[in-house]
Design a protein around this ligand. Structure first.
Ligand code: ATP
Ligand code: MG
Length: 460
């Protein structure tokens, strides 16, 4: 990759000042695995294309209106954007115009945070002394050392231009485990109006990155303290300070933060952790003995979760998985459960297309988040999981398709026309084989069918 990039730099020539800018530089200096690489150059886009093509490289005009060209070299695509300044911001998100051909310093000045406003010449990327070549007009290096997210310039002005930036600040705090610098932090609540205009699709991307970061508790607490939380998820506010019963050390909000942090960093698991108890505040009651209950909170959590995730226009696949995780989070199979009861639960998971492993990963996160350490839960959880896995490995029939008699066979046996009765009969057969999987043979199912037909004709 580096060689392919050096080839592009050579093709463009030294006066192109080809630089790596933004997130890649930040992550590289932090020793983090860097994501996509953004490149910037002093050349105008047409000139980038001309010189690349003259050197035998393919170049595509992928974003000319922003000054972006993609140059292909040895199978890699490099996005190169001409140094640019932003015009006025009128809609709280996008500049009205861009000015190409400004200085590198001006290009860096339009970037959001000092740690994202550094550049390295492509030729110096491999040098052990990057420090000498680093272009860093806003002391991003110093803020990396102090682990601070600090706006470039006046944060009130920068957040008035683009309401996404406050959300990015909280997201980077979670991903990098950094603090938000004081003035930058103070500016967030003063610009909520601008942030409220950001497209929900963008909000969802940022919130998901925040949730999947290394310190999501920090990011979520920043959202709550700054008021950003209420712009898209006001339903979460009532979890703060909502105290629970003996089974929990923490109030609902603190338990939620723990659950998010314990859940593996995957979008569905982390979103489910954030929302699984959102129905608790509305269902909280205290009985005569002073015990706290949350009767029916799962149903309310499901309702509120669906509302929030639809508001954020998430994909149907994510919505379904989050709802399935929440729907089954309160089920705790015990040793007293019969094998048949466990299989009935496996059937419910299968109906919701929720893999057993995924259910288990969420369950243990929720347990550990109760705040009593690992000891009471790990061993019990492993026992539950190994029993469930053993039962699942026997591949019991969990849906009508797994019955040895298919729909057509049932029609033939009954000698009746298709109708709603087929589904009812299949359910009856499935109930029986879940109770006893050995019954899933042609002979046994035929007997069951005959019995059911006789009974239903008596009824009819
Ligand atoms: P990630 O790790 O998510 O890619 P990133 O910092 O690289 O983080 P990108 O969205 O890829 O984020 O943006 C690349 C660069 O563009 C940033 O590092 C920053 O310099 C600049 N940038 C991105 N979004 C904004 C914004 N809303 N306002 C100002 N500058 C921005
Ligand atoms: Mg990036």
């Amino acid at each position: 990759m580096r060689e392919a990039l050096q080839r592009v730099a050579q093709a463009l020539g030294p006066d192109a000042h080809l630089m790596v800018v933004g997130g890649w530089v930040r992550d590289h200096l932090l020793g983090r695995e860097a994501g996509d690489m953004d490149l910037a150059s002093a050349l105008m886009p047409e000139e980038v294309m001309r010189r690349a093509q003259a050197a035998g490289l393919k170049a595509l005009p992928t974003g000319l209106q922003h000054g972006t060209v993609t140059v292909l070299s040895e199978g890699h695509g490099f996005e190169i954007t001409t140094f640019r300044g932003d015009g006025d911001y009128l809609d709280g998100r996008h500049p009205e115009s861009v000015r190409l051909g400004v200085s590198l310093k001006e290009d860096l000045a339009r970037r959001d945070f000092s740690i994202n406003a550094m550049a390295i010449p492509v030729e110096a990327m491999d040098a052990s002394q990057i420090g000498e070549h680093l272009v860093d007009p806003f002391d991003g290096r110093g803020d990396l050392d102090q682990r601070l997210i600090q706006a470039v310039g006046d944060p009130l002005k920068r957040f008035a231009e683009d309401g996404l930036r406050p959300l990015r600040a909280c997201r980077f705090a979670s991903q990098l485990e950094f603090d938000v610098e004081g003035e930058t932090l103070k500016a967030i609540p003063m610009r909520l109006e601008v942030s409220s205009k950001v497209a929900v699709e963008r909000v969802f991307v940022e919130l998901t990155k925040l949730l999947c970061g290394r310190d999501p508790k920090r990011g979520l607490q920043l959202l709550a303290d700054s008021g950003l939380l209420d712009l898209w998820t006001e339903e979460l506010r009532s979890m703060i300070g909502c105290t629970q019963n003996l089974h929990h050390r923490f109030p609902v909000w603190d338990h939620t933060l723990e659950a998010v942090a314990f859940a593996p960093p995957e979008p569905a698991l982390r979103w489910a952790a954030l929302l699984h108890d959102v129905g608790k505040p509305a269902t909280r009651s205290v009985d005569a003995a002073g015990n706290v209950h949350f009767y029916g909170h799962e149903a309310v959590s499901l309702e509120v979760t669906e509302r929030i995730l639809k508001r954020l226009k998430v994909s149907l696949a994510l919505l379904r998985e989050v709802l399935a995780l929440i729907r089954h989070h309160g089920t705790h199979p015990t040793e007293e459960w019969s094998d048949a009861a466990c299989r009935r639960f496996l059937r419910k998971l299968a109906e919701d297309e929720l893999p057993l492993e995924q259910w288990g990963r969420f369950r243990i996160a929720d347990q550990l988040a109760k705040g009593f350490g690992e000891e009471p839960y790990r061993g019990e959880h492993e026992k539950v999981m190994s029993r469930m896995q053993r039962l699942a490995e026997a591949k019991p029939p969990l849906n009508p398709r797994a019955l040895v008699l298919d729909g057509r066979a049932l029609l033939a046996l009954a000698g009746k026309r298709a109708g709603a009765w087929v589904g009812e009969l299949q359910k009856h057969l499935l109930d029986a084989v879940i109770e006893d999987p050995a019954l899933n043979t042609t002979k046994d199912l035929e007997d069951l069918v005959q019995g059911w037909l006789k009974q239903s004709s008596n009824k009819g």
